[in-house]
Design a protein around this ligand. Structure first.
Ligand code: SAM
Ligand code: SF4
Length: 325
């Protein structure tokens, strides 16, 4: 059991590590004008990632997700995966990716020790995918996902942002997508960030739009397992896969928060929508495990009870590529 506990009794066994702020996509809700360099590109080295993961694994963290920006723009991603996978205590090494080079790279990532991959696909309509991401790559992304399944990556999931444009058609298309594929497709309710206020006003739809649609078609909510994360998943006997919803605006969303975040520059973020972070970089560069442990434990006392998105407060989060979502 994790020994990291915050002031509200929540235990932390899941660490999300951003390894870059750079992204090659231009998702309309995240980086509509593409990635713009801010300050020097001094992201954690594979050794620094290993050190921070080891520090958390020593306290009972067992699951690590690599994210970004787009984590697969880093050429040393296989080395990073391998270092995390070899860390004692870590049994799940997960990656969130936009899938642009999944088809070419997934075999190497699997060999390095990847156990879970979440592929972001907001629409199964090639033209809408192109419009949303800036890239006409839907077919290659789907081939990459099918390759991950064929290679036996233990958990493959799809994440799609729930957008007003195409919501209803999207539900039908994704249900068809999981008819034969034994995967979970989870819609994420669009979150308001510092940069996307107008987009949010135009495109946000409540998660109930999806759950009403599912329930009207015989999909039923599954019991949640201990390590399910924030998604509610629905199943239907005619479908091999499941459809889920991540609803950050739902009451109680933060009560079972089990995750902490490390930014690509080596800061500990206590809440995705908080303010500032606690710098760990100096201790990662020097390998000082005891001081690192002390700083992490002290920082946890400051973890807020919940985000304040309902009050239109998204902390200093301008877009999710900044900290990994
Ligand atoms: N680039 C990778 C990708 O897109 O999968 C990893 C980083 S991305 C920030 C992580 C996830 O956050 C993606 O599934 C993306 O769709 C989601 N996301 C980004 N901005 C969002 C927002 N404003 N509201 C909800 N989800 C968002
Ligand atoms: Fe890039 Fe992911 Fe943001 Fe899309 S959601 S712009 S792929 S970081």
């Amino acid at each position: 059991m994790s020994r990291l506990v915050d002031g509200f009794g929540r235990r932390f066994w899941y660490l999300r590590v951003s390894i870059t702020e750079v992204c090659n996509f231009r998702c309309t809700y995240c980086l509509p004008d593409g990635y713009r360099k801010e300050g020097p590109l001094s992201f954690m080295s594979p050794l620094e990632v290993e050190r921070v993961v080891r520090a958390f694994a020593d306290t009972g963290v067992c699951k690590v997700r690599l994210t970004g920006g787009e984590p697969s723009v880093r050429k040393d991603l296989p080395e990073i995966i391998a270092r995390v996978a070899q860390t004692p205590g870590i049994n799940k090494v997960c990656l969130t990716t936009n899938g642009w080079n999944l088809e070419r790279q997934v075999a190497g990532w699997r060999e390095a020790g990847l156990t879970n991959v979440n592929v972001s696909i907001d629409s199964l309509d090639p033209a809408a995918f192109h419009r949303i991401t800036g890239h006409d790559r839907l077919e290659s992304v789907v081939r990459g996902l099918d390759k991950a399944l064929a290679l036996g990556v233990p958990t493959v999931k799809v994440n799609g942002v729930l957008l007003k444009e195409g919501a209803q058609d999207g539900f039908e298309a994704f249900a068809e997508f999981v008819r034969e594929r034994p995967i979970a497709m989870r819609f994420i309710e669009l979150m308001r960030t510092g940069d996307n206020a107008q987009y949010f006003a135009d495109q946000h739809v409540p998660g109930s739009r999806l759950t009403d649609w599912l329930e009207a078609r015989g999909w039923t909510k599954r019991e949640r397992a201990f390590d399910d994360g924030p998604a509610f998943e629905y199943a239907q006997p005619d479908y091999a896969g499941r459809i889920g919803l991540i609803a950050p605006y739902a009451p109680g969303f933060c009560d079972s928060c089990n995750r902490l975040r490390i930014t690509a520059r080596g800061q500990l973020r206590l809440c995705l929508f908080g303010e500032l972070g606690v710098n760990l970089r100096d201790l990662l560069q020097k390998d000082e495990p005891e001081a690192l442990h002390a700083r992490i434990t002290a920082a946890l006392a400051g973890k807020p009870k919940g985000h304040r998105l309902h009050e239109q407060v998204s902390g200093d989060t301008r877009h999710l590529a900044q900290f990994g979502g």
